[in-house]
Write a protein that binds this ligand. Sequence first.
Ligand SMILES: C[S@@+](CC[C@H](N)C(=O)[O-])C[C@H]1O[C@@H](n2cnc3c(N)ncnc32)[C@H](O)[C@@H]1O
Length: 220
Amino acid sequence: MHPDQWRDRWKQNRIGFHEPTVNPYLCRYLPEFNLNQGDTIFLPLCGKAHDIAWLAQQGFQVVGIELSEIAIVSFFSEHDLTYQQSESERFILRKSGNISLIQGDYFDLQRQDLSACKMVYDRASLIAIDAANRGRYCTHMLSIIPQITDQLLITLDYDQAQMKGPPYAVSTAEVGQHYNSEYSINRLEQNDVLDERPRWRDQGLTRLTETVFILNGKKA
Ligand SMILES: C[S@@+](CC[C@H](N)C(=O)[O-])C[C@H]1O[C@@H](n2cnc3c(N)ncnc32)[C@H](O)[C@@H]1O
C-alpha cells in the first residue's frame, strides 16, 4: 500500500489490526531474548500498539517507526503520556521517557538511527508489506539493525488468492528466503486462528495460521 493509503486508514479509523491488549506472544517469549534493563527494542511499523507501553514498563528503551501522526499522537494521549517533539530532515521524533516514536517512512531509516538496537519485535509489520516490497523490507531491516540483532516475528499465512490483504500471507518458507542467510529461524508456535477472526472467514478465507518465530542472528 502507498503511504497515503495507510495514513487514510488511520484518518478513517480503519485499524482492525490494532490489538486491544498487549500481545500474548510478546509476553510469553520476551524472556527468551535475555535482554538487560535499558536495552533498546525496535518496533518497525509500530502503529499505536499497547506493546510499546508494556515494553517501556519492563524497563526497555523502545524505538518505533510509524507513518501516521494520528497513530503516534493517539498512542501518547491514550497512555496519558506527555512528549517532547523534535524534527529532522527525515523524521519527526516524539519522545516520552524511554519511548521514542519516529514519524516517517521505515525505508528512510539509516543504520545510525538504530545503532543501540538489541532486539526487533515485528508484529503485523512484515505482513503489512505487499509481496513486491517484502524482499526490500527485509534487506532494509538487515541494513539498519546491528548485526546479530535477534527478532521476534509474528506472521499470518493463508491462501493469498482468497483475500487481497493487507495483512498479506507470509509462509515459513518465505521467511526463510528473506532471512536464512543472516538468521537461524526457529518456529516457536503455529496456531490456526480462523475461529478467532470470523470476519476473515466471511471474506472467504478457509485457513488462517499465525506463526511465531525467533530469529537468532548468526555470528559472522
Ligand atoms: C498492520 S499495522 C501494524 C501496527 C503494529 N505493528 C501493531 O501491531 O499494531 C501496520 C502499520 O505500519 C504503518 N506503516 C506502513 N508502511 C509504513 C512505512 N513504510 N513506514 C512506517 N510505517 C508504516 C501503518 O501506518 C500501520 O500503522
